[in-house]
Each structure stands twice: as structure tokens, then as C-alpha cells.
Design a protein around this ligand. Structure first.
Ligand code: MG
Ligand code: MG
Length: 631
């Protein structure tokens, strides 16, 4: 199986695209004709550039509106094809990519179309070239792979084969079972793309909304399994038209593409039990058992007030690091590491971001296997300074340059808090805060698909459909990634937020925080009312919620008036679903934009989305006035 990507997926000039593609480890590339036309050098220069980078050009694409032309135009169309053949030979590739015609002049009739391909195949074969035929989802007469396959079959020429594109097949909901009946040597190229499920015309959907396999909602797994049944082992090429990717960094998008392909090929092998020769299996996806610790980078000036906040929240300082200016704070299963060391990663993180979450550790069954899966998927491992006798906890670079650690109970890593920290003997007051319920990260809208793929490729976690949340400054897209229900421990619950408006709280966090990062951590309390009461009594400021919310709540839900009065007094938000209820309260926001959320989850599956607009409005009222001009 040769991994490829089409140049159309990436931003930049052709040279930049090819360098990014080679750097990400692709062996093959599809040259999109517009990239060639816009390139100032000759096709022979492109051929040399690819050869120097170790890239094989698997095809030149696309050749449009070829088949079914009326007799008067037919000769001219073949002349056009001959010129493309010249170009193919100059580029040093042998496959011409023909997509089904959308020309209003084109005529139908399966035998006429097959005859056109037979002649094209004959001409290609004279030059030692091949032709592949793809059914576009919006093709005039041919928009179903079963028809393009029938045409290729009837053409009956060894130089004519079929091109399958997962988007064109899956976006039309076409039955996949015919794929398994196609002889593998008649499939000359397979293109892969995923997409969110949208109600729009196929052309716009395809041109703007395709995404990497695993980032969307199409049944790529079903497509891959049908393909595996043919025994196909040729080029698997990403063809992704996406406005975000075109605006992003070519290198980053190429890495995402490679990661997506590696993940999908491995997943298909696991499902079907068919291993591709030369492709070693990845360690399996890690089921996350919970957030083991979060590490805050806090400088000396901020430390006292942050410690006072943790004490008001019922935490106690239970450990001091053996060699660094780092303390450990505990309550229930929650571990917070405060790092004020003058050197190292947390210090540089603090200089950029202020008080912030610089690292997060997830508990998995086998930390070193998780690290090897992550590095095989091109994530960057991090090696920090480790003192004598201290643990070297495996980590990769996460969002915004933060660290994501992996800890397990099967190795000495599980004893990190005893090995690296001297116990203080201090008692933990405790307000019934038990574990981390979820972690919310804010990022650029354009980065959301990257981090979605990052988490879902390493961990055994699913994504739920993305939701739009209304912020007073615009719309925020919210994407949840979570462990399956019934997973061991507390599982993984992540909320990724991104916004295209500069005025939303999520975007303001990015500018005030100088980058993407953890915006809030939600801690699960056993009795939220009691916990918030104690926090307020300890002098902690909670986010005030307007009276109107409670008037509305009273009208909407069947709760005792005393209960609603208590919620009103404490600023507690309420939601429920078919499974249970959810209570939420928020701390005020720290300098830099971080805040804590406190929740009580009784069977409820969501994240309080109906309350998000209320919370965002309350936070916006407390935020400093925007110093950007109003638009
Ligand atoms: Mg295609
Ligand atoms: Mg939350």
C-alpha cells in the first residue's frame, strides 16, 4: 500500500507542497493540474523536484469532460487527451486521471462511453501509459462507481482501469458491496476523503468540506473493508478539498494526512485481520482511565494567590518535589501540580502564557505502548530534565506546545507522586471534589480538526457531533471527544472549542493567553451545593448568574422552589437529559483566561450545552472591555 496525497490538499506553491508531502513520509503524490500550470518551471523541473524528494508522481489530475462527446467534438477531445499524454511523459508518470463528464454537450449510453475509453486506452497503451476513470458524485451521466466500473469493464482494455474515491461513493450513500467484486488489478487508484454529514449539493460539499479520514462522519471503515476484500494493495491517496486546510500550514496538514492514513490502515487491519506486508501493527488505542494530574505553570508572584484558591477549593498541599520548586496538591482523585521552577519547560511556558495548564497526564493501561503508538503516528515525544532517581514520564507535545503525559499503574510510573515528591503530611480539608470530569481546550478554529485527529488517533475515544454555542461575541464551535460509556475509571472527556469570531471568549482567550490551551478544568463534586457553599464561605468568588436564568428555570423544569432558590444563591446552573441531571458552577476567571468549573453529574451524559450561552454571557460581562475596534 503506497501512501499518497494530492497537491490540491495543501496551501502554498508547488515546491512548498512537495517538500511538506515528502517530509510527512508520503511515497507518492498526485499532481493537481492547476498546481502545475501555476508553477514557473517546466514539467521536467517538477519531475526532477519529485525525484530529488523521493516522491513518485502517481497521476496527473484531472482530465475533465472526455467521454460521450458528440461526433463533431470527439476528435478534438482525443487531441486534448494526446496533449495530456505528452505532459504525463514529461512528468514521468503513467496514469491519466479522467473524471466523469459534467459537460452539457456530453451524451449518455453505456456502450458509447465504453467505446470512448477503449480508444483512449488504445492510444495510452501505444505510449506505455494508462487511464483511470472516476465517477464524480455530480457527473452528468456517470455518478455512481458501479456505472464507471461497468464502463471500464465493457471497455475491456488492459490500459483502462477504475479510480475509486470514497467521498463520491459515500456522499451518495451508494451500496459498497459491488466494490468487493472488482478485480484488484482493475483498480488503478483509490482516493480517500471523509466529510461531515451536511445537507448541500455534492459539488459544494466536496469542494469545501472534505476532511481527513477520521475527522468526518462518513463510513470510511465500511469503504476500507470493502476495498480490503478485493486485495487491493496499490496507491491510497488523500484528496481533500477543505478551506481550513488551504488556509493552514502545508507541513501541518501533510502530517495530519499521514497520521490519518496510518491510523486508518491500521484500524482496517485490526477489523479485518488482514495485515499489509511491510506495515507493522501499531500498539492498540489506549483506553484512558482518567486524568492523573494537571500541571500548572505558576510564577512566584502568582503562586500565593493560586495556592489560596486551591485551599478555598478544599485542596491540601500533600507533597514537595525532591529537586524542583514544584508542589503537589490533592483532593479525592484530583492531583494538581504547581510548577514554579525557575528553569525548564513550565517556566518557559509561564513566560509565554502566564498562569496556565502547561501539562496534563492521562492514566492508560500501558504508558510506553501509548507513547510508541503516538510516535508511530508522528506525534513529537518530549524529553524533559529528570533528576537522579526521578521518573522520566513519557510525554508528547500537545495543544499549543503543552505536554501530554502518559502514566500507568503497571510500571513504576504509577508511583510518580511518591517517587518525585516528599510527603508534607498535611491533611486535605476536602469539599467532596472527587475527580476531573472534563477538560476544555480553546484553539484556533482552523486547528480543531488537527487536535480531533490527534486525540482520536491515540486514544480509544469517540467524537460526538460538533455543536455551535452562542457567545455574546459570535459563534463558538464545540467538539467533544470522550471515552465510550462504561469505560474503566473516569475515562476521557475533552471539549475542544474554536471560533472564527475574534470577539468570542474562546478567541479572546487565545489572544490573552497567547495561543491555544486549556481554558477550563471541570472538577466533579459529590455534593455541589455543599462544595460551592464552602468555597464561598472560604472567600472564593464564583461567577454570578443573572436572576432571569432562575426565573426561566422555574418555568421550564419541575424543581422545588427551595432548590431553585439555593441554585440562585450559589450561581448553580442546571440541566438534565434522559439519563439524569447535571449541576454546574464556575469560578471567576484568572488573569490569562483560565477558570475552574465544578459539576455534579448524576447519570447525565452531556456538558451543559444549553447553559453555555448563559455562562459565556456572564463571563463576558466580567471580562475587560475589548480593545479591538468593533467591526
Ligand atoms: Mg477524486
Ligand atoms: Mg465545561
Amino acid at each position: 500500500m503506497k501512501p499518497a496525497i494530492a497537491t490540491v490538499c495543501l496551501s502554498g506553491g508547488l515546491q512548498e507542497k512537495l517538500e511538506a508531502i515528502a517530509a510527512a513520509g508520503f511515497t507518492d503524490v498526485e499532481i493537481f493540474e492547476n498546481d502545475l500550470i501555476a508553477f514557473p518551471g517546466s514539467p521536467a523541473d517538477v519531475r526532477r523536484m519529485c525525484a530529488d524528494l523521493g516522491l513518485t508522481i502517481c497521476t496527473l489530475q484531472p482530465f475533465r469532460d472526455f467521454e460521450g462527446m458528440p461526433d463533431a467534438r470527439r476528435q478534438r477531445t482525443f487531441d486534448r487527451a494526446e496533449r495530456k499524454f505528452d505532459l504525463l511523459q514529461e512528468l514521468g508518470t503513467d496514469l491519466l486521471f479522467v473524471c466523469s463528464s459534467v459537460s452539457p454537450e456530453a451524451q449518455g449510453g453505456i456502450d458509447r462511453l465504453a467505446a470512448d475509453f477503449r480508444e483512449l486506452g488504445e492510444r495510452a497503451a501505444h505510449r506505455g501509459l494508462r487511464v483511470g476513470y472516476e465517477a464524480l458524485a455530480w457527473g452528468r451521466f456517470v455518478n455512481d462507481y458501479r456505472d464507471s466500473w461497468e464502463i471500464v469493464r465493457r471497455a475491456g482494455h488492459p490500459a483502462v482501469g477504475l479510480i475509486l474515491d470514497s467521498f463520491h461513493v459515500l456522499s451518495r450513500g451508494i451500496d459498497l458491496s459491488t466494490i468487493a467484486t472488482i478485480p484488484k488489478d482493475k483498480i488503478v487508484l483509490v482516493q480517500l476523503a471523509d466529510a461531515p454529514k451536511l445537507q448541500m449539493d455534492h459539488l459544494s460539499w466536496s469542494r469545501h468540506w472534505r476532511c481527513m479520514p477520521g475527522q468526518g462522519e462518513l463510513d470510511l471503515a465500511g469503504f476500507m473493508d470493502a476495498l480490503a476484500a478485493t486485495g487491493y494493495d496499490g496507491v491510497l491517496s488523500l484528496e481533500i478539498f477543505n478551506d481550513r486546510f488551504r488556509a493552514g500550514s502545508a507541513r501541518a496538514v501533510a502530517v495530519d494526512g499521514r497520521r490519518s492514513l496510518l491510523t486508518m490502515i491500521d484500524d482496517a487491519s485490526v477489523r479485518t485481520g488482514r495485515r499489509i506486508a511491510g506495515v507493522p501493527p501499531l500498539p492498540s488505542r489506549a483506553p484512558v482511565q482518567g486524568v492523573e494530574f494537571t500541571e500548572f505553570a505558576v510564577d512566584e508572584g502568582e503562586r500565593a494567590s493560586f495556592e489560596a484558591l486551591l485551599r478555598a477549593m478544599g485542596f491540601g498541599c500533600t507533597g514537595r518535589h525532591r529537586s524542583k520548586d514544584v508542589s503537589l496538591w490533592s483532593q479525592g482523585a484530583v492531583r494538581i501540580v504547581l510548577n514554579s521552577d525557575k528553569e525548564g519547560f513550565a517556566h518557559s511556558y509561564n513566560i509565554t502564557h502566564g498562569t496556565s495548564v502547561c501539562a496534563m497526564a492521562l492514566k492508560v493501561p500501558d504508558a510506553s505502548a501509548t507513547l510508541s503508538r503516538a510516535t508511530a503516528l508522528l506525534d513529537k515525544p518530549h524529553a524533559g530534565a529528570v533528576g537522579p532517581g526521578e521518573l522520566d514520564i513519557p510525554a508528547v507535545r500537545g495543544l499549543g506546545g503543552s505536554l501530554l503525559y502518559f502514566v500507568d499503574d503497571a510500571s513504576p510510573l504509577g508511583r510518580w507522586s511518591e517517587v518525585d515528591f516528599e510527603p508534607t503530611g498535611e491533611a486535605v480539608p476536602g469539599l467532596g471534589i472527587d475527580h476531573v470530569d472534563h477538560v476544555s481546550q480553546s484553539m484556533q478554529y482552523e486547528e480543531m480538526l488537527t487536535w480531533l485527529l490527534f486525540y482520536t488517533s491515540i486514544f480509544d475515544a469517540r467524537k460526538t457531533p460538533s455543536q455551535a454555542v452562542i457567545d455574546p461575541g459570535g459563534v463558538v464551535q464545540s467538539q467533544v471527544i470522550e471515552s465510550a460509556l462504561g469505560s474503566p475509571g473516569h475515562g476521557l472527556r475533552l471539549v475542544l472549542n474554536g471560533s472564527q469570531s475574534h470577539r468570542t471568549l474562546s478567541s479572546r482567550f487565545l489572544s490573552e493567553f497567547f495561543g491555544s490551551g486549556v481554558q477550563h478544568i471541570a472538577l466533579a463534586a459529590r455534593d455541589l451545593v455543599a462544595a460551592v457553599r464552602s468555597m464561598k464561605a472560604a472567600g472564593m468568588e464564583m461567577l454570578p448568574i443573572p436572576d432571569n436564568y432562575y426565573d426561566d428555570l422555574e418555568a421550564r423544569v419541575d424543581l422545588a422552589p427551595e432548590t431553585i432558590d439555593t441554585f440562585r444563591e450559589l450561581g448553580i446552573l442546571y440541566d438534565r437529559d434522559d439519563n439524569g441531571t447535571f449541576l454546574q458552577a464556575y469560578s471567576t476567571t484568572l488573569e490569562g483566561g483560565f477558570f475552574f468549573e465544578f459539576v455534579q453529574r448524576d447519570g447525565y451524559a452531556g456538558y451543559g450545552a444549553p447553559n453555555a450561552a448563559i455562562r459565556l454571557a456572564a463571563q463576558a460581562r466580567l471580562a475587560r472591555p475589548l480593545d479591538i475596534p468593533s467591526l
